[in-house]
Structures are given as C-alpha cells and as structure tokens.
Design a protein around this ligand. Structure first.
Ligand code: PNW
Length: 457
C-alpha cells in the first residue's frame, strides 16, 4: 500500500502520437522523421513500422473509455506535428486538428484532464531535410506550430508541455544515431540540444502571449528524462564520469531553465572536443523564462566507471571513458536495472537543487516479457511491483520536500517502442498487434485500485 500521498495527487497515464496512433497517411498527415527512419533497413527490431501501431486514431473513443475505467485524472499524450502542420510550415491542417479536438472533448466528457505535449520526437521530415534540430530555424518553426495547436485547442487545454525528453533526441537522434533521424555528430547534438531548448522558449513565449490576449491562463511545462548516476568506486575518474553524464544528460537542460546559463563544466567538456553550443544573444532569456511545472521521466539509474575494462581512462578517440557497470539488480526486458532508491534520490535532489516549480512524474514504467493466457490476460505482478516501488519512491521524495503533484504510468498501452519495435511491452493494457484487441493487464487493475485507495473512494 502506498502511504504519504495526498488525495489531491494527480494520477495519469502517458502515450505519444507516433507510438500509438497509426493512420500515418490519413487526413493530410505527411512523413515525420520516424516514418523515414522505419524504412532504413535494420533501424528497427523486426523491421517494425509505426504505420498502424495501436490504431488509436480510429479507436480513440474506446481508448478513452478504458482510461475512464481505470479512473485516471489526467491523460498525457502528444500532438503529431506532421498531422497539424504537414511539412512543418504554413497553415494548419484542420483535418489533422479535428482528431485532437475530438480527443480532448472525449477526455473532458470522461472527466479526464488533457495534457498534450507538443513535441514527442515526430519532426516533419521536410524540416529534417532542411537541417533538423541542428538548424536554428527549426526552433522558430516549432513556435509557429505551437501557435496553430493553441488556436484550435487552447480553450480546453490547461497544461501545455513543449518538449518530451530533449536529451534523448540529442543523444539518440543526433549523437549515437539509434533513433530518428539517425545522425552521429557531437556538434549536431549540441546544436540540437540548444535549438530544442530555444524552441521551448519561443513556443512558451508565444503561447503566453496568445493566452494573455484570450484571457485564458494555462500552465507551461517541459518534460525531461533525468538519469541519475552513481560512481562505481570513490576513485576520482569514477566521480568524473558521473559529473560528465549528469552534466550532459541532466544539467544541460535544467540549468538554462533555472539559471539562464549552460553549465560551465559541460561547456568545457564540449570545448575539449572542439564543439560550441550555438547560443545567440537573448536565447537564454527566452529559455529561462518561468515555467509552471517540470515533468520528470524516470526509467533507471546507472553506476558509472571512468575506467575501461583494460584500466585505461581514455578511449580510442582520446575521449574520457564512461563505462556503465551493472549492479546485479533485477532488470526489465529493456535490460534496465530496477532502482527505485535512485528514483527517490533523484526526485529529492531536483526538489532541492531546482526549487520553486511543481514536479510531476510524467513517465515511469517498465517492459516485461508478458505472457498472456487464452483470454489475452497478462498477470504482470512484476510490472505492478515495479510501479508500487516507484510510486513509494515518489512518496519518499515528497517527505524529503520535493513538491511532487502527480504521477503518469508509461504507458497506457503496449505500443511502438521506437528502435525496439512492438516486442518491448510497457503497457498496463495489452494490445494484440494482430487483432488490435485491448485487454487491461493485472497492473491496470492494481493501478485502478491504488488510485481509488489514495484518493479515498
Ligand atoms: C522514453 N534511455 O524514452 C520516451 O519518452 C517514451 O516514448 C518511450 O517509449 C519510453 O521512454 C520507454 O523507452 C526513452 O535510453 C528512451 O535512457 C531511451 C531512454 C530513456 C527514455
């Protein structure tokens, strides 16, 4: 049982457009970088594509009914930029907006608060062709797109989130290339990081302006994937590895939001690799404008060593070594170690070091090797246990002073898990990808029960 959470605590579930919608060529939608990436041989496990996904685009009312059944207060989803503004420029595609218009009405009728995220990785391909996030212009295009979404949906949306996990776009999209658009350059990655944050700032300012004119206030949020790391030993090189990882994955995004500057040590690390963050006058003012909520996504913590197996502290390129060392904890199907204590420590730290803004866990959850019975029911005690331990960690961090106001399970459905395709299942609701039938798992029942207990009815 979960103690220490107030009855006002918000309970939600999260999804994202490309991972569940399908209908990739309907009602005027054009390609995103993920549609293109799915066509690259070998990019996605099993050659899976997002073409149909969960077919949420055609099954939305049924899906909202499921959410209502679980008893969600809030639903976090994302808007597909290539649906709303195909090609990333020009006027709104009203047919694309129609879908979100109906979704939001359906949610409100079910008593569920809609939490849209403007960008969950599905950049219009035409903008990638023009340079993608390393191109500064993309940030301005993002603000224009935000305005189109606001114009149609802003009367009913009370919380707008700009970006989901800019750090994953930076590292996976532009550095390691395992995500769309599959590029590999540290200079591009640094520029992509900055231009995403600039996009956040520009879009936030634009939405504030429109909301002011309309006399319709809203809460502005951004969601960061924060990865805590700990040193394997007390050796200075292990502490250095932790500092670098924390800098590049966490502080690179938190510091400009809170302090209107990039962390000096990260700027130095980048300079040592010949890379500069392309900041222009006024950018940090925009990025550091106040936000009303911070979304935190958490999956796992990492123990790091600054030495390679052979003892060297520099790799073949002369860059300092950072080696992930497993701690022997139980792992999920993603091979991510299960570390709820690291989660409590992370949330407590954010509450202390980045104070003054309400915090929401906007994603947390786990993939396990689900085995359905003949009725397609999954008795996923492992997933329910994972959720229980992590929700308990939220309560611990609250007690330590972190201003945590809500929690969203990742994910409502089994869905298109990016480079892993459909094989990795994070849902509390099972989806049979042949019949598209939805079947709530044991974890969905457990979550529903937990929500009712904490809420007091
Ligand atoms: C998040 N990592 O991505 C995303 O927001 C979701 O869309 C995704 O389905 C979910 O987590 C599960 O993967 C991440 O490597 C991708 O640290 C990669 C990492 C973390 C989060």
């Amino acid at each position: 049982m979960i103690r220490g959470l107030p009855s006002s605590f918000l309970w939600g579930a999260a999804t994202s457009a490309y991972q569940i919608e399908g209908a990739v060529a309907e009602d005027g939608r054009t390609d995103s970088v993920w549609d293109t990436f799915c066509r690259v041989p070998g990019a996605i496990d099993g050659g899976d594509v997002g073409e149909t996904a969960c077919d949420h685009y055609h099954r939305m009312p049924e899906d909202v009914a499921l959410m209502k059944g679980i008893g969600l207060d809030v639903y976090r989803f994302s808007l597909a930029w290539p649906r709303i503004q195909p090609g990333g420029r020009g006027p709104a595609n009203e047919r694309g907006l129609d879908f979100y218009d109906r979704l939001i009405d359906e949610l409100l009728a079910a008593g569920i608060d809609p939490w849209p995220t403007l960008y969950h990785w599905d950049l219009p391909q035409e903008l990638e062709d023009a340079g993608g996030w390393p191109n500064r212009d993309t940030a301005h295009r993002f603000a224009d797109y935000a305005e189109l979404a606001y114009a149609r949906l802003g009367d009913r949306v009370k919380t707008w989130t700009t970006l989901n996990e800019p750090s994953v776009v930076t590292t996976h999209g532009y550095l390691s290339g395992v995500h769309a658009p599959g590029r590999r350059s540290l200079a591009d990655a640094a520029a992509a990081a900055h231009h995403q944050m600039l996009g956040h700032g520009l879009a936030g300012a634009r939405l504030r302006e429109l909301a002011e004119q309309a006399g319709n206030p809203f809460a502005l949020a951004i969601t960061l994937n924060l990865g805590p790391s700990t040193p394997e030993t007390d050796a200075p090189e292990d502490h250095e590895a932790v500092r670098r990882a924390d800098g590049f994955n966490n502080r690179l995004y938190l510091d400009p939001l809170w302090h209107k500057r990039y962390p000096a040590d990260v700027v130095e690390d980048l300079a040592a690799q010949g890379v500069t963050i392309p900041v222009q006058d006024g950018d940090l003012e925009l990025i550091g404008a106040p936000i009303d909520a911070l979304g935190i996504n958490f999956y796992f913590g990492m123990q790091l060593s600054g030495r390679a197996e052979d003892g060297s502290i520099l790799d073949a390129n002369g860059a300092p070594v950072s080696r992930h060392v497993l701690q022997g904890r139980p792992q999920t199907a993603m091979d991510w170690e299960i570390m709820p204590d690291d989660f409590a420590a992370l949330l407590t730290r954010v509450g202390r070091e980045y104070p003054g803004v309400p915090l929401y866990v906007t994603e947390n959850g786990a993939a396990f090797a689900d085995t359905p019975n003949e009725e397609d029911f999954v008795h996923d005690v492992d997933r329910a246990g994972y959720l229980a331990d992590h929700i308990a960690a939220v309560a611990v961090a609250r007690k330590e002073g972190a201003d945590l106001r809500g929690y969203f399970v990742w994910s409502l459905f089994d869905n298109f898990e990016w480079a892993y395709g459909y094989d990795k299942r994070f849902g509390i609701v099972r989806v049979d990808f042949d019949t598209l039938r939805r079947t709530p798992k044991h974890s969905a029942r457990w979550y529903a029960e937990t929500i009712r207990t904490v809420r007091g009815y």
